[in-house]
Design a protein around this ligand. Structure first.
Ligand SMILES: Nc1nc2c(c(=O)[nH]1)N(C=O)[C@@H](CNc1ccc(C(=O)N[C@@H](CCC(=O)O)C(=O)O)cc1)CN2
Ligand SMILES: Nc1ncnc2c1ncn2[C@@H]1O[C@H](COP(=O)(O)OP(=O)(O)OP(=O)(O)O)[C@@H](O)[C@H]1O
Length: 187
């Protein structure tokens, strides 16, 4: 299968989930994350849930991070050039949905990708070597290329690894881990 076919298939699988399943699986993913040795860092980048796309509810992870007093970084997406800018989440950060229903900070203290220690990554499918299928606009491929080589890249997925081979391009950056409700994959 090619990436476009996998994208379509996994979007459909996600669309079939009930609201209860989304909550249950999102909580299970957050609990799995607690078993990883990733908690002695400072700057954690997290995506904010596009509810309309039935994405993982990352509020559970937000709660873990704020409970551990970590610096939480969230992004604005720029669809003109598929780039992202990153901001420190603070108590007074105003969040507004953009036209793609992505919740984003209105303004704030900008953080550079090189400052990030851990990045949690949304995805549609992943394979046994840690390659990822996303929305196909290259937002995360570009962003991850700007991070330090040692930045931990952690995919989050409702579904298990796919056996279907898909094309891997030179730009594709591999995950270090992928976490599902039932498992942690290390690559
Ligand atoms: N929460 C979250 N934030 C994220 C991502 C993500 O996957 N999840 N991204 C990861 O790359 C980037 C945004 N990527 C996006 C890429 C395309 C569309 C988009 O084309 N939406 C269309 C069609 C959606 C559909 O196929 O149904 C639309 O809403 O009209 C939205 C977001 C950066 N921020
Ligand atoms: N570092 C980069 N600089 C410029 N363009 C890039 C870079 N990385 C990826 N791209 C482009 O972005 C697009 C991403 O396509 P790809 O099929 O890899 O998406 P994907 O695996 O769904 O990932 P993503 O979630 O990042 O969209 C391709 O057109 C690719 O050429």
């Amino acid at each position: 299968m090619n990436k476009a076919q996998l994208r379509k298939m996994y979007k459909q699988l996600r669309a079939n989930l009930t609201t209860d399943q989304i909550e249950e699986f999102s909580l299970a993913i957050a609990n799995q994350l607690l078993s990883l040795k990733i908690w002695n860092h400072t700057f954690y980048h997290l995506f904010l849930t596009i509810e309309e796309q039935k994405e993982i509810n990352t509020d559970y992870i937000l709660n873990i991070l704020s409970g551990k007093d970590k610096n939480i970084i969230i992004s604005k997406s720029h669809f003109e050039d598929y780039s992202m800018t990153h901001y420190l989440l603070m108590d007074n950060t105003r969040i507004k949905k953009n036209k793609y229903n992505i919740p984003e900070p209105v303004d704030g203290i900008e953080i550079q990708p090189t400052q990030l220690d851990v990045v949690f990554i949304p995805l549609l499918a992943f394979d046994a070597t840690g390659h990822r299928v996303g929305y196909g606009k290259g937002f995360y491929d570009r962003f991850l290329a700007q991070c330090k080589p040692e930045t931990l890249k952690i995919g989050l997925s409702f579904f298990e690894v796919t056996d279907a081979p898909f094309e891997v391009l030179d730009n594709d950056i591999k995950l270090d881990y992928c976490v599902t409700p039932d498992q942690v994959y290390a690559f």
